[in-house]
Write a protein that binds this ligand. Structure first.
Ligand SMILES: [Zn+2]
Ligand SMILES: [Zn+2]
Length: 118
C-alpha cells in the first residue's frame, strides 16, 4: 500500500504539472487505468455491502422475505420489491481520462479527479 501511496503522490504531481518526465507521464497513463480499476472495485464492494451479504436476493421491505433479484413482488406478502434502478443521469459526461461517468453538476471526476470539461 505504501508503494501505491507513492504512486498516488507522483501522480498528483504530474497532474499538477510539477513533473513532466515523459516516462513518468507514460506510467501515469497506466496508473489512471489502475486507479479506475480500484475505484470500480471499491464501488462494487460498497454496492454489495449496501445490499447485504446475499446479493442475489431482494429483501422485502415489508416482511423481510428474501426474493429473487428479478422478482417484482414479494413472495411473502405481495408488496412491490423492485430493485432500485439506477437513476438515469441526464447531461452526464464521461471522464476524458478514465471514462468514469461524471455526474452532472460535478466539476471533477469522482474517480481520478480530472476536471470535467462541461
Ligand atoms: Zn414481503
Ligand atoms: Zn476520471
Amino acid at each position: 500500500m505504501v508503494l501505491l501511496e507513492v504512486g498516488q503522490a507522483t501522480y498528483q504531481k504530474i497532474r499538477n504539472g510539477e513533473i513532466s518526465d515523459s516516462e513518468l507521464v507514460e506510467l501515469t497513463t497506466k496508473l489512471v487505468g489502475f486507479d479506475h480499476h480500484i475505484y470500480q472495485a471499491n464501488k462494487k464492494v460498497a454496492e454489495l455491502n449496501s445490499r447485504g451479504a446475499d446479493s442475489n436476493s431482494i429483501i422485502c421491505p415489508s416482511c423481510q422475505t428474501p426474493n429473487s433479484v428479478d422478482a417484482k413482488f414479494c413472495g411473502g406478502c405481495g408488496a412491490k420489491v423492485e430493485v432500485a434502478t439506477k437513476v438515469e443521469l441526464s447531461g452526464e459526461e464521461t471522464c476524458v481520462k478514465c471514462e468514469e461517468a461524471i455526474p452532472s453538476g460535478a466539476n471533477f471526476c469522482p474517480c481520478c479527479g480530472t476536471k470535467a470539461i462541461g
